[in-house]
Design a protein around this ligand. Structure first.
Ligand code: ARG
Length: 463
């Protein structure tokens, strides 16, 4: 295989070595960013008189032709090319001749690849943020419809205190809002241009990096050329933010899977987001949620792979860094797929309110409220807690729930019990009285809903 860089060597690389070395299989997806970057580079070279305006024009038209031919399917990427950068440059030179050979003046593939990846991820992060927004909107719809739906809240997966399903769902909306804010934050740091750092040391040409960066929508230029070509922090930051989103989706998935089981039967997923079994006719499996939970591992893995790849690298560019792309691209694809299936799955999920309520009636989840009642009657909390515990033990022995006891039975435990205790420990009271900021009451869920909606509308971005 003859190479563009033939000179020092004859450029003939063994076919297996060439396949091993080549990245076009996975960096081909950056062709748009690569071409856009090259158009801006040609404009800068012409502006600074490094090439002529005519040459820049030829280059730009050539590049635009390549772009439209790739998009229309007329031009296929050559899988023998070393990478997308070489492919575009070779194709350009084949099309326009000598002017094409001038495009690579005052740049290197090292700053070019750093540029392309940043531009590519910048676009993808936008998509991901809007997918997360759609998921938050789906969650808000369900939360609105279920702001008064009572179910048990759990700790240690043991029934703990009554809450509303709206409140439970809004917890995920809050997590996902933070996820958006993390992505916005990473995007800010990522939006600094490496182009013009060249191979590692800058260039002897009188270039204008600020002009080129502005053409490409960057906020600034990276101020150390070694840093510009060696930095992959943005892949780490994004990989970590993606992992956090996946972790949230995975926890949510786990709950959906549990809730869909006969044991809970709190929700039923729409048929469109479940599968059957090839042998057991009764099955309706939550495969989508399980897959999201399963895929979380690979997104974590991609982050670890990139951290490990970078940890021993001396400055500046090393070929190891080519490994950044498969990892982060896989995470982008995985996360997008998960989000696309998750939002409609949540939106169409049927909530079985009666089953939730029935579950809330068992498990003595109003025991804390009984203790609080005694506190209001003048007992210190610790003593009230103990009496309430004794009443629970009595109920377990008698096979009853707290609400079924008579006042006489209660009075055996404390004279402070009065007939208003039943109202105080009803599930509805337990929920409606939790009016503390961020609590489970309907008013609090409504406040959370307006907060989240305001954040989503905010021009300034989240937080
Ligand atoms: N395909 C390479 C990568 O993804 C592009 C940079 C190559 N630079 C070099 N000096 N070999 O990292």
């Amino acid at each position: 295989m003859a190479k563009m860089w033939a000179g020092r060597t004859d450029g003939a690389v063994d076919q297996v070595a060439n396949d091993f070395n080549s990245s076009i299989r996975f960096d081909g997806r950056m062709y748009r960013q690569d071409i856009k970057g090259s158009v801006a580079h040609a404009a800068m070279l012409a502006l600074k008189g490094i090439i002529t305006a005519d040459e820049a024009d030829l280059i730009t038209k050539g590049l635009e032709g390549i772009l439209s031919d790739i998009e229309s399917g007329k031009l296929a990427l050559d899988m023998n090319a070393e990478d997308i950068h070489m492919f575009v440059e070779e194709e350009l030179t084949a099309r326009i001749g000598d002017a094409g050979k001038k495009l690579h003046t005052a740049r290197s593939r090292n700053d070019q690849v750093a540029l392309d990846v940043r531009m590519y991820l910048r676009d993808e992060v936008e998509d991901i943020i809007s997918l997360i927004r759609s998921l938050i909107e789906a969650i808000c719809l369900q939360a609105e419809a279920n702001k008064g739906t009572i179910l048990p809240g759990y700790t240690h997966l043991q029934r703990a205190q009554p809450i509303t399903f709206g409140h439970h769902l809004m917890a995920y909306a809050m997590m996902l809002l933070r996820d958006i804010s993390r992505l916005e934050d990473a995007k800010k740091r990522m939006n600094s241009s490496p182009i013009g750092c060249c191979a590692l040391a800058g260039t002897t040409y009188d270039t204008d990096r600020d002009f080129e960066a502005a053409q490409l929508g960057f906020d600034s230029v990276i101020l150390n050329s070694l840093d510009g070509v060696s930095d992959r922090d943005f892949c780490i930051e994004l990989g970590a933010a993606f992992s956090t989103v996946m972790m949230h989706l995975s926890r949510f998935s786990e709950e959906i899977i549990l809730w869909s089981s006969w044991e809970f039967a709190f929700v039923e997923l729409d048929d469109a987001y479940t599968t059957g079994s090839s042998i057991m006719p009764q099955k309706k499996n939550s495969d989508m949620a399980e897959l999201v939970r399963g895929k979380t591992g690979r997104v974590y893995g991609n982050l670890m792979a990139t951290l490990t790849m970078l940890k021993g690298l001396p400055l500046a560019y090393n070929k190891d860094m080519q490994e950044d792309k498969e990892a982060i691209f896989d995470s982008v694809d995985t996360l997008k797929m998960c989000l696309k299936v998750f939002a409609p799955m949540v939106e169409t999920m049927k909530v079985k309110k009666d089953n939730m309520y029935r579950a809330a009636q068992g498990g003595f989840i109003n025991a804390t409220d009984m203790a609080d009642y005694l506190v209001r009657q003048g007992l210190p909390f610790r003593s009230a807690y103990k009496i309430s515990g004794q009443v629970v033990a009595y109920c377990i022995e008698k096979g009853k729930v707290l609400d079924e006891l008579t006042l006489d039975e209660l009075k055996k435990f404390s004279e402070l019990f009065d007939s208003d205790v039943f109202e105080a420990i009803s599930l509805e009271t337990c929920v409606s009285k939790r009016i503390s900021k961020g609590g489970t009451s309907v008013e609090s869920v409504e406040a959370q809903l307006s907060y989240v909606k305001e954040q989503l509308k905010s021009e300034k971005g989240i937080y």
